[in-house]
Design a protein around this ligand. Sequence first.
Ligand code: PMP
Length: 284
Amino acid sequence: RTVYVNGAYLPESEASVSIFDRGFLMADAIYEVTSVLDGRLVDFDAHMTRLARSARELDMAPPPGRDELLAIHRELVRRNGIDEGLVYLQVTRGAPGDRDFAYPDPGLAPTVVLFTQAKPGLADDPVARRGIRVISLDDLRWKRRDIKTVQLLYPSMAKMAARRAGADDAWLVEDGFVTEGTSNNVYIVSNGRIITRPLSCEILHGITRRSVLRCAAEAGMAVEERAFTLAEAKAAQEAFLTSASAFVIPVVAVDGVVLGDGRPGPVAARLRDICLEEARAGAI
Ligand code: PMP
């Protein structure tokens, strides 16, 4: 696989970053994951706009511009022959000579790393046809989840706890209300309405969330942006989640409570179809 590090395209075995990199030492880094469908980047501009916002919120130097990043994304997709998969992009505050809590000189060059991951079958995912089972866990993450940083240890712990419990993923709960999944935004369908938590610092402003809500509105589906409780989720007709790498995935059980008839619900299935169609048509 060819990867990109600070201006160079290299075989992955030759790519490296400093042990003093603040991404490595302090999780002082931001990232984006853009999916690739039919060899095309999905929702690219929205991902780069969010990257720039994450940098601003952390007083990081502005990341490389949209055109430069687009050229790198496309080059990696081409060189690695990605038809279905994703491009991962990470920008760190750079590698000063020492470890220090204070930010280094703002003139320090950031570390920019990109790589691809092939995911054949991304669009025709058997998991989407089956649906997933989730457990609930306390949301123990920091309170600026709107900034897409690489502090992903708690989401990893939550994912492992879900696996140990025989489930696929975890829904995180704060003050009785569901915030989001370990790496996705979450939705329930109740009285025929799609309910999802409104944007705030408590959740990541999902790019897929935005596109899916637009598709839902265009299809005449009712959407209510409000927080919902775990109890509401367990009583819902159906549930689903969204992320760039998974599009729309139905959720068929919460804490062992089976939703509806235990099969993916019609709203999630329809939204997944619309979303994939729009992405294929270049409309997302
Ligand atoms: N919430 C969290 C915590 C995430 O990690 C992700 C995926 N990165 C999402 C939501 C979904 O965001 P997007 O649709 O932009 O991938």
